[in-house]
Design a protein around this ligand. Structure first.
Ligand code: GDP
Length: 449
């Protein structure tokens, strides 16, 4: 496949000290050499950096550094030239205009990564992990993206594909050279146990992916509690900035406030609510309905109680309303007393105002959602919803295969289901993916990636 030479500014728009302009394609070095005053770039070895000036032939546009990465040892496996110029959009766009006038074309979103994928330098899971790296907001997200970039999801998928192919192979061999008297013996004795083990393994991978997903997507969290219990104060303490209105007047935090916070590596996507109380006030009712909705859609409830006073009816109502959900009970205002003690459910005592007990709170969140052993193991951890969805498809196809073989339908039908499982796995890495899937995937990338 021959590709044209593409160019894009890889750094974000706006004012910055420097910008990086990247070209990829067989003419990259020639094009830049044409507008570069300095050494002859055509004669320079790969992986070298050169000082010089970009010029349009009449005047100098900028003082730059030019880096060369020759095919195949580059990100796209094509010749890549990177021009590091001064910041600001004007200089960069002047240089890009010049580069285009010499024969390059503006890159589309994600086109560099797409080329890396098309040239076999990356599989889809590795390409996706690049965006995860760029978007990472916590060290744990970074850890996960790096694991994926190293190719651990790819190896996992390839390994499972091999196992499925092995079963298909067994079937084919037995169809061609039957060692068994009938198909029933073959399916029940040989194929079924292999499918069973595969289903178990895939189920385990899907289960473990919960940790990965929590790290990648964050936990949708709602803070509930009666008015004045300290919800806004807790939110502010967690956010370390005044985003919520803290007040002594009950029920003034009426809107759902969405914010994201990094709680020791775990992203909590917070919704603060007005608190719940029986009221005839129409505006308050909106708050209550919102709270109920928030509870329904949340993955985690932080139920704040007041340690300075005994549990009241409203607390009981909230306890009932949230007892079907993953929740953490928080005993706030521990600086004022310790009136509440549940024997059957732990309560994390904090003082939101004095920033006390927050570490215990983040530990409780981790205990609920994160399996550290899985995260720190060498095993692949799925986190991407697309991958998890495909694994569920694979599991379904294997279960269909199992059912077909239990029903003693002709073995070819079992093979069809197995092939489907194999194909779904291939779609994760891009081995058997349709063009539109790939197009969709890369269009979410930013320009210059
Ligand atoms: P909300 O209605 O649940 O959002 O409650 P607020 O966050 O507005 O807090 C109500 C009042 O309780 C404010 O005066 C806070 O300063 C106070 N408060 C919050 N947390 C604590 C705490 O840990 N200790 C003490 N002593 N007061 C607190």
């Amino acid at each position: 496949m021959i590709f044209d030479t593409i160019v894009a500014k890889t750094t974000a728009d706006g004012t910055s000290a420097i910008n990086l302009i990247r070209l990829s394609g067989s003419e990259s070095i020639e094009i830049v050499n044409d507008i570069f005053k300095g050494k002859n770039l055509l004669k320079q070895p790969s992986h070298t950096v050169h000082y010089g000036h970009i010029t349009d032939g009449k005047q100098t546009i900028d003082e730059v550094m030019v880096s060369l990465y020759k095919s195949p040892k580059s990100f796209t496996t094509e010749d890549i030239v990177e021009i590091t110029c001064h910041g600001g959009n004007f200089i960069a766009s002047e240089i890009i205009k010049l580069v285009i006038s010499k024969g390059a074309r503006m890159a589309e979103n994600g086109e560099f990564s797409r080329r890396a994928y098309l040239h076999g330098r990356l599989d889809l899971t590795e390409a996706e992990s690049i965006m995860d790296l760029v978007n990472a907001k916590s060290t744990k997200q970074l850890q996960l993206a790096n694991k994926q970039l190293k190719g651990d999801v790819k190896s996992l998928v390839e390994n499972l594909q091999k196992r499925i192919l092995n079963i298909i192979g067994q079937i084919e061999v037995n169809i061609d050279y039957p060692e068994y008297d009938d198909v029933e013996t073959l399916t029940n004795e040989k194929v079924l146990p292999m499918i069973d083990i595969l289903i178990d393994d895939i189920q385990q991978i899907i289960k473990e992916s919960e940790t990965g997903q929590v790290i990648r997507e964050g936990i949708k969290t709602v803070i509930v509690g009666k008015p004045n219990v300290g919800k806004s104060t807790l939110l502010n303490t967690l956010l370390k900035e005044e985003k919520a209105i803290v007040t002594d007047i009950s029920g003034t935090t009426r809107d759902l406030i969405e914010a994201e916070l990094n709680l020791d590596g775990i992203i909590l996507r917070l919704i603060d609510t007005a608190g719940i109380r029986s009221t005839d006030d129409v505006i308050e009712r909106i708050g209550i309905n919102k709270t109920k909705k928030a509870i329904a859609s949340a993955d985690l409830i932080l139920l704040v109680l007041n340690q300075a006073e005994a549990i009241n009816d409203l607390d009981h109502e909230l306890l009932d309303m949230t007892n079907h959900k993953p929740r953490i009970l928080i005993g706030n205002k521990i600086d004022l007393g310790e009136e509440i003690d549940f024997h059957d459910e732990p309560i994390i005592n904090i003082s939101a105002k004095n920033v006390q007990g927050i570490e215990q709170l983040s530990q409780a969140v981790k205990d609920l959602f994160i399996d550290e052993k899985i995260l720190n193991s060498d095993r692949a951890l799925l986190s991407n919803i697309r991958h998890i969805g495909k694994f569920k498809e694979v599991k379904q196809a294997l279960e269909d295969a199992k059912q077909s073989s239990l029903d003693q339908v002709p073995i070819d039908f079992v093979e069809i289901d197995l092939r489907k499982a194999w194909t779904s796995l291939g779609e994760i890495t891009g081995q058997s993916s349709a063009d539109d899937l790939i197009g969709h995937l890369f269009s979410t990338f930013c320009l210059g990636k």
